[in-house]
Every structure is written in structure tokens, then in C-alpha cells.
Design a protein around this ligand. Structure first.
Ligand code: APR
Length: 231
């Protein structure tokens, strides 16, 4: 089976009602990043940070996968699919994708605030300030904050380097190191980009731009790929 790598960003979950970060009503505008998504913010005002992620977790639990998520899951019928997502929601998994790599963590899990390798599932949407890990330190959202390392980046780069096909959906490619993953895809491999505002990709090799919302562009492309002899 051909290896198909999909890199997704906030745009694929926009039609599930989860705000993106940089569109006009982007999430960060309501909250300066420095106040809610950095280790300093956690040190300064852990309750504000915990509440911010509790509200986002509540939104995620109330959201449902859209036709783009379900179409990507269908690709597993004929391709060896890896989804590398910058999103911290679990919509790819809930749509049926079985091989999802969360570059920036996943909001449905918590992590120890002194050892990021200790992670726990969260029942419901609320993570209390009194909840502690097995070492006794407070639990925080299992999310990579700005200024923190992205432990999965090397694994993600190696996966991109092996791609036979590559699809980018709903990312502005504004945040590194995630945005740099496109450069690991071999130049001769066809890259499909689905986004109503196609980001700049300074790439040699074939790039097919689909200026559509994910819920329109992704199912169309998936049907073409499943019907093509490319498998
Ligand atoms: N369908 C497809 N793409 C869409 C849709 C849609 N319905 N709506 C918006 N988009 C596109 C936008 O045009 C933009 O290119 O989704 C992209 C959203 O970009 P960002 O908001 O920057 O999201 P993302 O690229 O995922 O951000 C990367 O930044 O804030 C950090 O850690 C956070 O993972 C996030 C990272």
C-alpha cells in the first residue's frame, strides 16, 4: 500500500465549530497567547490557564467530526495513512482514523506538570486545580505550549520523508516546527493543499491547490484517490 501522509491544522475542524487561531475571529484574539498558552502563564496564573483549556475541552466534546474527518478515515481502505495533526481535538479519532500523530498534544488527556511523559485520560470536560499526578504535582492539559519542545517532530519528519502522497488541510503554516514538515516530503511527490486561502508553500515539485473548505475539498479529493489506480 502507498504511504499517504496528511498534515492537518485548525481549518479542518473549523466546520465542526472549533475556532481556528488566525482567522478573523481567531481564538487567540480573545486571549493573548502569553496569558494562556505558555509555561510562564501556568506559573503566573495556573487557574486562568486551566479554565481556558477546560472551556476548549468542553467545545471539543460538544463538537462532532465533519465530512472532511470522515473522508480521511475512508482513505485507510486503500492507503497506508498517517495523519499528522497540529490540532488538539480528537475529531480524527472519532471519525475513525486509526493512525493519528498529535504534534501539539491532545486536550482530552492531562499531563503531570513536572513530567510530561506522565499523561492521564480526563473524564468529562473539567480538569480541577486539585488534581495531581502520581508524583503529587498538579495536572495540566496534555498540550504543547508556545516555548515548549515538540517531542513528536522528529517522528513526524521521518514519516513525511517516506510519503508517496501528501495532503495539507486547513493550516496557515504559520507555526514552526510543524510548518517545516512540508519540506521533508520528497520534492517529486505530489502535494495536495486544501484550504480556502492557500498558504504559501515554497516547494519545488507538483503542488495541486484546492481552494475549497475542507468539508467540500477533502471528500472530493478522497473519492478521486480511492477511484484512481494510485493505490
Ligand atoms: N476548511 C479548510 N481550511 C480552513 C477552513 C475550512 N473551513 N477555515 C479556515 N481554514 C484555514 C485558514 O485559511 C488557515 O489557512 O485553516 C487555516 C487555519 O490556520 P491557523 O488558524 O493558523 O491554524 P493552524 O495552522 O492549525 O495553527 C497552527 O498554531 O496557534 C498554534 O498550536 C496552535 O496548532 C496551532 C498552530
Amino acid at each position: 500500500m502507498k504511504k499517504l501522509v496528511v498534515l492537518t491544522g485548525a481549518g479542518i475542524s473549523a466546520e465542526s465549530g472549533l475556532k481556528t487561531f488566525r482567522d478573523s475571529d481567531g481564538l487567540w484574539e480573545n486571549h493573548p497567547i502569553e496569558e494562556v498558552a505558555t509555561p510562564e502563564a501556568w506559573r503566573k496564573n495556573p487557574k486562568l490557564v486551566q479554565d481556558f483549556y477546560n472551556m476548549r475541552r468542553k467545545d471539543v466534546l460538544h463538537a462532532t467530526p465533519n465530512s472532511a474527518h470522515t473522508a480521511l478515515a475512508k482513505l485507510e481502505e486503500k492507503f497506508d495513512v498517517t495523519i499528522i495533526t497540529q490540532n488538539i481535538d480528537d475529531l480524527h479519532e472519532r471519525a475513525g482514523s486509526t493512525n493519528v500523530l498529535h504534534l501539539h498534544g491532545i486536550i482530552t488527556r492531562s499531563q503531570s506538570s513536572i513530567n510530561p511523559n506522565l499523561t492521564y485520560s480526563i473524564n468529562g470536560w473539567e480538569l480541577g486545580m486539585d488534581e495531581v499526578c502520581e508524583l503529587g504535582s498538579p495536572l495540566r492539559a496534555h498540550v504543547v505550549w508556545f516555548g515548549e519542545a515538540v517531542p513528536m517532530i522528529e517522528k513526524a519528519a521521518a514519516i513525511c520523508a517516506e510519503a508517496d502522497l501528501f495532503i495539507l488541510v486547513g493550516s496557515s503554516l504559520a507555526v514552526y516546527p510543524a510548518a517545516g514538515l512540508v519540506n521533508y516530503v520528497p520534492h517529486h511527490i505530489t502535494k495536495y493543499i486544501i484550504d480556502p486561502h492557500i498558504p504559501v508553500v515554497n516547494q519545488r515539485g507538483p503542488v495541486i491547490k484546492i481552494e475549497e473548505r475542507a468539508s467540500i475539498g477533502v471528500p472530493k479529493l478522497v473519492n478521486e484517490l480511492l477511484l484512481s489506480g494510485m493505490v
